[in-house]
Design a protein around this ligand. Structure first.
Ligand SMILES: [Zn+2]
Length: 461
């Protein structure tokens, strides 16, 4: 195994330079005044079209419109989604935004301006991209990692998909607006940032077993690793008071989340920022988790996913000498048996066909599973050392998430403990992106780990 030492941590400006789509991020008090210059510098804009919701209009939209009009920039129209019920990233909203924009006589020189949190941003990002336009983003909360990602998380055909589209050319994030966001949004962003710990561990695994026949080989790329991993714990510590409206903390949190997006732009993959924990949340997004009719945020689902994945890692690497062994007589399912398993796990889901296809695509043959098994056993001690050096111990993670106002138990996001644990099985079937869930499944270890997780007096309680 190669040794990935933490290199120098690149600055925000250096991370921005590594990104190939976003050119500028303003994050300072009074930065909305800089929006007219951003429009002039990066966009051939004769005017703008504003998209917000009633809450984000009050938080930032009104002020931004005043500044634009004061600078003589034409506001060519506006969509303001209702504040309630809470906006969902449903594809039909993308269609609605596109229809309004397409009706403009001068779309070619109009810049869509997204004023909002993750959902508004994702909808505008995808709509703009489909129309061949680049947009400008005014984030109103440090709530997700997706602002600067090159894709948008959209619910399409009952399935939360990362639809490809271009990241914003520029963003203007006013600390006062971010600090004034509801605390659940900041704690959601904190959970989304904490998930990068697991993403880093999964990348270490993938780096080792990729060449052995895992379906997607993604070696660690040092410069991108350095953007997201070595500085992560420091960013998390500084971001803890974000949910209490602390201005320095929301800036740190937004900056860290923005950097994760820049790292995706640099690598053209979500590998550095999303792993097993996001697979749990993808399942819960499909299940449309809600509490009293209010949808659970992406970041809160990811938080429980991060706790579950951390527990799973600790159980996998519990023995200092060797990984767990598969049950006696274990045989790997044939493709046709696997198809039946996956099909029944997703029976009735609109995502059924896509998940079955993905699960079969990533089914490794016995020879590849043997090579992966051998590589893990040959390098176990070193692998364990590296993973545990990155992994925040469960108790510490839980304490940190608690201080940051994040949910700590599955019940808080509308799941029983057993449901949350059982999700690992469906999570592994989704997405072709090798992680510990895949590795443990390939080696016949998943059921053993899940039953130890279920019996544990500590995890997810
Ligand atoms: Zn996320």
């Amino acid at each position: 195994m190669e040794n990935h030492k933490a290199g120098p941590i690149p600055s925000l400006a250096e991370c921005l330079r590594a990104a190939d789509q976003t050119k500028e991020l303003l994050i300072n008090r009074g930065c909305y005044a800089g929006i007219p210059s951003l429009l002039e510098k990066y966009y051939q804009a004769g005017g703008v079209y504003l998209i917000s919701d009633e809450n984000t209009w009050e938080a930032a939209g009104r002020k931004v419109r005043e500044i634009l009009e004061g600078a003589g920039i034409a506001v060519r129209g506006e969509i303001r989604f209702p504040a309630a019920p809470r906006l969902h990233a449903e594809y039909y909203h993308v269609t609605a935004i596109k229809e309004k924009l397409s009706a403009l006589p001068n779309l070619d020189e109009t810049v869509p301006l997204a004023i909002g949190a993750g959902t508004v941003n994702d909808l505008v990002k995808r709509a703009s991209s489909e129309l061949g336009r680049t947009y400008l983003c005014v984030p109103t909360a440090s709530s997700v990692d997706g602002y600067t990602a090159y894709g948008a998380a959209i619910l399409y055909d009952g399935y939360k998909q990362t639809m490809p589209c271009t990241a914003p050319l520029a963003l203007a994030a006013e600390p006062e607006t971010l600090a004034g966001a509801p605390s659940y949004l900041s704690s959601s962003g904190f959970g989304d940032l904490a998930s990068k710990i697991i993403a880093g561990c999964d990348w270490i695994l993938c780096d080792l077993v990729g060449p052995q026949g895992a379906p997607v080989a993604e070696p660690i790329r040092e410069d991108v690793w350095n953007m997201t991993q070595p500085g992560l714990l420091d960013y998390l510590n500084r971001s803890i008071p974000a949910a209490r409206g602390d201005s320095d903390a929301v800036i740190a949190l937004f900056e860290a989340l923005a950097i994760t997006g820049f790292s995706m732009q640099a690598l053209k993959s979500s590998r550095p920022v999303s792993g097993s924990e996001h697979l749990f949340s993808h399942v819960w997004e499909m299940d449309d988790l809600s509490i009293d009719g209010v949808p659970v945020t992406h970041g809160h689902k990811v938080t429980i996913g991060t706790l579950a994945a951390t527990a799973y890692y600790e159980l996998f690497f519990a023995d200092p000498a060797a990984p767990p062994s598969p049950p006696k007589g274990f045989t790997r399912p044939t493709p046709s048996l696997r198809m039946v398993e996956v099909s029944s796990a997703f029976k009735g889901s609109r995502a059924h066909d896509l998940v079955v296809k993905t699960a079969l695509e990533k089914l490794v043959d016995n020879a590849a599973a043997d090579r992966i098994n051998q590589a893990v056993r040959d390098h176990y001690k070193e692998l364990r050392e590296k993973v545990l050096a990155r992994l925040l111990p469960y108790a510490k993670l839980k304490e940190m998430l608690g201080k940051a106002g994040c949910p700590l138990k599955p019940e808080i996001i509308g799941l029983s403990r057993s449901q949350a644990i059982a999700t690992a099985r469906r999570a592994q079937m989704m997405r072709n992106k090798y992680c510990l869930l895949d590795l443990s499944w390939d080696l016949g270890l998943m059921e053993g780990i899940l039953s130890r997780l279920e019996d544990s007096p500590e995890y997810l309680r």
